[in-house]
Design a protein around this ligand. Structure first.
Ligand code: PRP
Ligand code: URA
Length: 214
């Protein structure tokens, strides 16, 4: 698949995103530093990923006169982190869109099969009328992302974006093939998966590094 010419896939080239991802990869980066970087990268990615939000002109009274001026239209955006690691991306996006509603999808990868196991799903009301932005730093085999999008669609969501920090080619292809209507945003496309389905060169286990659990 030609990722770079797929209109629904954006692979970021901004130097700030690239620089911060390199710092994130460093095994010496502390938990504190890692968490801060994940937040910052999420904010930069979301700024770009939300550039097509719909606008509507509303009337505003300035100190000088009344004017029609654009504001974001529709129901509040839904940010949906895939637990646990997706949680680390939420504060950076919330800083841009403080009124966003937050849903949660709980999933972990089975260590042997590498298949996702879902244990929780709680979404904002009227998800069918909102733009949903699923966040998870890692798109590895793509199993978790595909299931998270499917779950959101089952609950009625129609306008879905998926934002990650690192992707493996295998996972990106799987997500783009199984959900061609979803807009996918990737901080950096990495080389491959290893035999344990970890992204290489990658950054290790994102959840453990964000929460300091290993
Ligand atoms: C990681 C990551 C994704 C998933 C990606 O979560 O945050 O959700 O793996 O892998 P996949 O593309 O092969 O499905 P993990 O299962 O490690 O759970 P955690 O966030 O709770 O650590
Ligand atoms: N999950 C992670 O946290 N890291 C990987 O490299 C793959 C899946």
């Amino acid at each position: 698949m030609d990722f770079y010419n797929n209109k629904n896939i954006t692979i970021f080239s901004h130097p700030l995103i690239k620089h911060k991802i390199s710092l994130l990869r460093d095994r010496e980066s502390s938990t504190n530093k890692f968490r801060q970087l994940v937040e910052e990268i999420a904010m930069l990615e979301a700024y770009e990923a939300l550039k097509d939000l719909p606008l509507k002109d509303v009337e505003v009274e300035t100190p000088l006169e009344t004017c029609m001026t654009p504001m974001i239209d529709g129901l509040k955006l839904a940010i949906i982190p895939v637990l646990r690691a997706g949680l680390g991306m939420v504060p950076g996006i919330e800083a841009l869109v403080p009124s966003a509603r937050i849903g949660h999808i709980g999933m972990y990868r089975d260590e042997k099969t590498h298949k996702p196991v879902t244990y929780f799903c709680k979404l904002p009301q009227n998800i069918d009328k909102r733009i949903s932005i699923i966040v998870d730093p890692m798109l590895a085999t793509g199993g978790s992302a595909v299931d998270a999008v499917s779950m959101l669609k089952e609950k009625g969501a129609v306008k879905i974006k998926f934002v990650c920090i690192l992707a493996a080619p295998e996972g990106l292809e799987k997500l783009a093939t199984e959900h061609p209507d979803v807009q996918i945003y990737v901080g950096q496309l990495d080389r491959c998966l290893n035999k344990d389905a970890y992204i290489c060169p990658g950054l290790g286990d994102a959840g453990d590094r964000i929460f300091g659990t290993k």
